[in-house]
Ligand binder design. Structure first.
Ligand SMILES: CC[C@@H]1C(=O)N(C)c2cnc(-c3ccc[nH]3)nc2N1C1CCCC1
Length: 308
């Protein structure tokens, strides 16, 4: 069987022929590749589909790790919410299967990892870059909300980049479906990273919790740290519930007002994701159509006219 197409040479050195994974539901054989990291119950690996020669990212969850019914239910929920989503900026759900030992979730590969890695390298991003990433993010979240789903864990680690530097939101492990107009969720099984005050206080939450998280992400990308960060989780929660944060003067008026709208304490005062798309932060400055992969390591030099 041809293992690597000479045109788009796959570096086979990462794929260990001793680790064959067979998906009987689609008669697909995978070679397990590099360990990508851990996410929740899962150990994540590159998977080479030997039928198509394509590389995917696989979440492999040992059945021993999800022996209890409510643990298994969490995986089932994640799959049920993610599998029907199809959008350019949402990670593609490829397949889900199991064998005697494991449960497998096979997802689109995002070789340029997440915005966490980019920010670690760059410390802060330029405003044009943030506009570009945020536009893709807001489009993705608008699509998800239109499916009556709240992501509930929008954070830099769930914002992945493919080879073309296109942004994809990942991980529907804390997501939930709104069953009827105006439904408010009272609990989350897990702790969202950029948790909104109404979620913390269990006062009932909905789509607005994702808008809050987008405000936190925007702040973090521009300033290199989240808006409510302190040395203890308790103190951070106090700042969130008392809406105690500040935006340095280095931030433009457009970006500042975008962040302030998303971080309004009262969820009913926050703009919807739809309204965010027409916020003048997106129109108040240069908006690159795409970003070069050099942005993963160095600040881009936008053409001079872009700054005038
Ligand atoms: C599989 C889990 C998660 C994920 O959801 N996707 C889609 C993904 C895609 N490519 C990658 C990927 C990283 C480097 C090459 N591909 N990683 C993904 N992750 C990472 C793995 C470890 C933590 C989150």
């Amino acid at each position: 069987r041809k293992l690597a197409d000479p045109n788009n040479r796959i570096n086979m050195v990462h794929f260990d022929p001793n680790y064959i994974i067979y998906d009987s539901t689609t008669d697909t054989t995978y070679l397990r590749g590099r360990l990508l990291g851990k996410g929740g119950f899962a150990r994540c690996y590159e998977l080479l589909d030997l039928n198509s020669n394509k590389i995917y990212a696989g979440k492999i969850i040992a059945k021993t790790r999800i022996a209890k019914p409510h643990q298994r239910q969490k995986i089932v929920r994640e799959v049920e919410l993610h599998r029907d989503l199809k959008h350019k900026h949402v990670v593609e759900f490829h397949s889900y299967f199991e064998d005697d030992e494991n449960v497998y979730i096979v997802l689109e590969n995002c070789p340029r990892k997440s915005l966490v890695h980019m920010l670690k390298q760059r410390k802060v991003l330029t405003e044009p870059e943030v506009r570009c990433h945020l536009k893709q993010l807001v489009e993705a979240v608008k699509y998800v909300h239109n499916q009556n789903i709240i992501h509930r864990d929008l954070k830099l680690g769930n914002m992945l980049l493919n080879d073309h530097m296109e942004l994809k939101i990942a991980d529907f492990g804390l997501a939930t479906r709104i069953g009827y107009e105006g439904e408010k969720k009272m609990t989350v099984c897990g702790t969202p990273n950029y948790i909104a005050p109404e979620v913390l206080q269990k006062r009932g939450h909905s789509f607005e919790a994702d808008v809050w998280a987008l405000g936190c992400v925007t702040y973090a990308l521009l300033l290199g740290r989240p808006p409510f960060e302190t040395s203890t989780l308790k103190e951070t929660y106090v700042r969130i519930t008392s809406n105690n944060y500040s935006i340095p003067q280095t931030v433009s008026q457009g970006a500042k007002s975008f962040i302030q709208k998303c971080l309004r304490h009262d969820p009913d005062q926050r703009p919807t994701v739809e309204e965010l798309l027409s916020d003048d932060f997106f129109t108040s400055g240069f908006m690159p159509k795409s970003l070069p992969s050099t942005c993963c390591t160095n600040a881009p030099k936008f053409p001079v006219y872009a700054r005038l």
